[in-house]
Design a binder for this molecule. Sequence first.
Ligand code: PMP
Length: 379
Amino acid sequence: MELFNVYPLNDITPVRALGAQLWDDRGQQYLDFYGGHAVISIGHSHPHYVQRITEQVQKIGFYSNSVHIPIQRELARKLGAVSGYADYALFLCNSGAEANENALKLASFHTGKSHVIAFKGAFHGRTSGAVAATDNQKIVAPFNAGHQISFLPYDLAEVEHVLQGDKTCAVIIEPIQGVGGIIMPSDEFLQGLEQLCRQYGAVLIADEVQSGYGRSGKFFAHQHAGVRPGIISVAKGMGNGFPIGGILIAPEFQASYGLLGTTFGGNHLACAAALAVLEVIEQENLLTHAAEMGEYLRQELLANAGAQEVRGRGLMVGIKYDFPIKDLRDKLLTEYHIFVGNASDPGVLRLLPPLNIKREEVDQFLRALYAIIPAEVRS
Ligand code: PMP
């Protein structure tokens, strides 16, 4: 059987990785400034992570959710403590799309309504509900025709206008848009949104699948604005490459027995991986490190990259140029052996390095970028 390959591939076969470094089957070394699409939070094959997973699988890797799985509770407690959401409940699943799917389902269940507000340029995943709330994928027929979605700009008056129709169950927002090109709603906008959701009885869902887990320099990106969403979706950095996702659910939305479920979600091995991630984030003080490295990177880029704009927070950075970045990205990979990301805006280079990226590695990226961008563009 042939693989059903849906991705354009670089001709690279990584066989080993450590921290922010990868090696391919020819022994070539690469710098990972993309974190495998924001997934690598604590660095590839972190020794504590390897040890945690190995010890867990030697004991028990999986049993169905029909039995007690104490490591799930341990994970929920740890996540509550590290994130500042000790009073929320954690439902575990396997991916970002699945997290959002469950968040939307829960919001609809609790409000009895079916209209969803999402934002222009949003990306929430590829399952039917999540893709219906995704603005930048050309999917013709999502399968949940019963649900209506409005894609709005970051404009509180427009949001309120839709909420007044009294059909809205949820407002779903990425506190920093990732795939859309590192687009940030203002703190005031998020605060206004929280207030409107409360006023009109809609659930505010923060999709922190990409922006969460310390990437912005706080555990969640919405915490910069001081808001508390009703439901928070997580995945990507949560498992540092091990598939795991989840939703954090505020106390008022927790009564829904039987509505959510999964076979693999919350298995022992995934929980061990996710616990190791939180332990490393805490032990190595990675929120502070991500904030500091991100600030250093952004100041450097603002001064020297010749960009139209440098956007983002912490280690979630978008460099906006007034030309398509495809050649720049290709050159960074083929000539300088550095992985970076693109975005649906062709002028945006997206940077998502591991949270424990070293200053020398940031400098290595900057040197490569400056070598490629002509001096006249940079001055
Ligand atoms: N939400 C956001 C903000 C994302 O960036 C992504 C993945 N790019 C998803 C959801 C979907 O996650 P997954 O691919 O794990 O389903």
